[in-house]
Design a protein around this ligand. Structure first.
Ligand code: FAD
Length: 331
């Protein structure tokens, strides 16, 4: 049966869930988004420490190869939501430094959260609401949150979570089993601020032969405060998995040492340092989302993990999920 105004619930206010909500809103359909955190953006977010000190601790930048995202990026650039990061990005391999392919790399301004905040406009977001259970009965979805509160009466449900969390929530659905077979690697991130600039002739580097996989001068991105030298260091997946339960202090000390070795110079004592553990950072597969949509119960899923594991994939998967649900509505 087609519905005129279906009541739609979306779980997860990352780029995928918000892109989905935004696409539905553009077609005149409102959704309610449930998000466990205080803010939106998920893995595309910014840690604000104090007014002039913030770090993009998850996603570093994004690329736009698809025309839909490319045209949105043009609008966002005009409105100051994103800017091209023109920093020099290199590869460091066995102490050899080489340039990477020159492609437009975009960042949110003043932080990566900017895109999520923009997509979230005009959508009802229930923050600090972690969904623990979902049930479908009598043609409706019921969601139960961590506080035991039920959210009832949804005609459609879109799950926009990393694969392992999708698998947990939808363990009794066929799609839950597919999600369970997509592993997602952890990532330890270290965020450091220096009073004195570290003199390297580049702004971001993919690192090989090290515990680190990526380092970036956060303060070189457009719209950031450049008076302080702020860096984000990401450990590689193997090191992060091996040291998953280490204390933040030990992770900071190890990764600062790897940083010193990778850039082959001493670093000053940071005036700020902290570590953040991403339990699920990147996992990538290409799954036919439309085939997974269960129209009989109004269930769709989206997320980066089913579409290449990046911001662009998350964004596009949100649109596909919205289109699946729109098929069931009277236009
Ligand atoms: C360290 C790191 C570096 C990265 N670097 C890049 C990069 O440079 N470029 C790039 O394109 N991509 C990068 N990525 C990947 C990028 O961040 C993701 O592709 C994208 O943010 C995924 O969006 P999403 O909406 O699919 O998932 P998420 O951002 O994970 O969104 C899921 C949301 O669901 C919420 N949630 C989870 N469980 C529940 C629940 N039970 N109830 C309610 N809410 C819940 C979470 O809090 C989160 O907000 C990186 C990721 C990490 C972690």
């Amino acid at each position: 049966m087609k519905l005129l105004k279906p009541k739609v619930a979306i779980i997860g206010a990352g780029i995928a869930g918000l892109s989905c909500a935004n696409h539905l809103a553009k077609q005149g359909r409102q959704a309610t988004v449930f998000e466990k955190s205080k803010g939106v953006g998920g893995r595309t977010s910014t840690r604000r420490v104090e007014p002039n000190l913030s770090f993009d601790h998850g996603a570093q930048y994004f690329t736009a190869r698809n025309p839909i995202l490319q045209s949105l990026v043009k609008v966002w650039e005009t409105n100051g939501i994103v800017s091209e990061w023109k920093g020099r990005i290199v590869k460091i391999n066995n102490k050899e430094i080489s340039n990477t392919e020159v492609i437009p790399r975009y960042v949110g301004t003043p932080g990566m959260t900017a895109m999520a905040a923009e997509l979230a406009k005009n959508t009802e977001i229930k923050k600090e609401t972690k969904i623990m259970e979902v049930k479908h009965s009598s043609n409706q979805w019921m969601l139960r949150d961590e506080a035991g509160i039920s959210h009832n009466g949804f005609d459609a449900l879109i799950v926009a979570l990393p694969a392992p969390q999708t698998a947990e929530l939808l363990f009794n659905q066929p799609v839950g089993k597919i999600a369970a077979s997509t592993p997602m690697a952890p990532c330890w991130a270290v965020l450091v601020g220096f009073e004195k600039k570290i003199e390297v002739p580049w702004d971001g580097a993919f690192i090989h032969d090290s515990a680190l996989s990526w380092v970036a001068r956060n303060s070189s991105k457009p719209g950031r405060d450049a008076t302080k030298d702020c860096w984000v260091l990401h450990a590689n997946a193997e090191w992060s998995a091996k040291n998953l339960e280490d204390s933040p202090e030990s992770v900071i000390s190890n990764l600062l040492e790897s940083f010193t070795n990778a850039i082959r110079r001493n670093i000053p004592t940071p005036y700020y340092k902290t570590a953040h553990r991403w339990k699920y950072s990147i996992g990538s597969s290409f799954i036919n989302q439309t085939e997974l949509h269960d129209e009989s119960i109004g269930l769709a899923i989206c997320g980066d993990w089913m579409n290449g594991g990046r911001i662009e994939g998350a964004f596009l998967s949100g649109i596909t999920a919205a289109e699946c649900i729109l098929k069931k509505t009277i236009q």
